[in-house]
Design a protein around this ligand. Structure first.
Ligand code: DX5
Ligand code: ZN
Length: 214
């Protein structure tokens, strides 16, 4: 399974979004990771629909939307319309995960489910045949620049084992505290989509940082 590197824009210079996207593309990044925070589901507010629309107009890169918002069913269709290529929502944020999955899928866009560090792996098992990706948060969602939580690796392993048992083709994404040390650990555990913000955007040589993640 080849590794996909998704650059978390939360870690870039947001006043220069267009040139930061170009820098990421030139460095060999595959996807752009777009973190949406509502100040309720997480203790922070980031950016939302108008920024996604402008970003989508400015790039042909694949946009990986990570919704850290309560009741995502209210907004997912707009995140598709404004350019999201995969929409990932938090299982803890909605009472109607099946509904969220079907709104996204009906619009022919990929769908992912995310879980926070304290949510067990088994919580996603019943959705594995309905989604394209599981995002295992490797930090508490809300802020970039945090330290990787090593005990999340067992969840990656358990989910990968379950996916293999079921004979499915589901990506596993990890997000938070990813660098040249933690990325290989996550890949070893079974992750194949690696999000990185601070580590790659702050690197002196971004291409080398992306390569070290792969
Ligand atoms: C955190 C976000 C992450 C964050 C990762 O809630 O979901 O995508 O930007 O940033 P780093 O790579 O700096 O941990
Ligand atoms: Zn994220």
């Amino acid at each position: 399974m080849s590794t996909i590197v998704s650059a978390s824009l939360l870690g870039c210079d947001l006043a220069n979004l267009k040139s930061e996207v170009a820098r990421a593309k030139n460095a060999g990044v595959d996807w752009l990771h777009f973190d949406v925070m509502d100040g309720n589901f997480v203790d922070n507010i980031s950016f939302g629909l108008p920024v996604l629309k402008s970003l989508n107009n400015a790039t042909d890169m694949f946009i990986d939307v990570h919704l850290m918002i309560d009741s995502p069913e209210r907004y997912v269709d707009k995140f598709v319309d404004f350019g999201g290529d995969i929409i990932t929502f938090h299982l803890e944020a909605t009472k109607v995960p099946e509904k969220v999955i079907s709104i996204i899928k009906d619009k022919n866009v990929k769908v992912g489910i995310s879980i926070k560090p304290k949510t067990p792996a088994s919580a996603v098992y019943k959705y594995l045949d309905k989604v394209d990706m599981i995002l295992v948060m490797t930090v508490e969602p809300g802020f970039g620049g945090q330290c990787f939580l090593p005990n999340t690796l067992n969840k990656v392993k358990d989910i990968r084992t379950k996916i293999n048992e079921l004979g499915l083709n589901v990506d596993i994404q990890v997000d938070g505290g990813i660098n040249d040390i933690t990325a290989p650990q996550a890949i070893q555990a079974g992750a194949n989509v690696i999000v990185s913000g601070t580590y790659i955007f702050a690197a002196k040589d971004m291409a080398a940082a992306v390569k070290s993640i792969r």
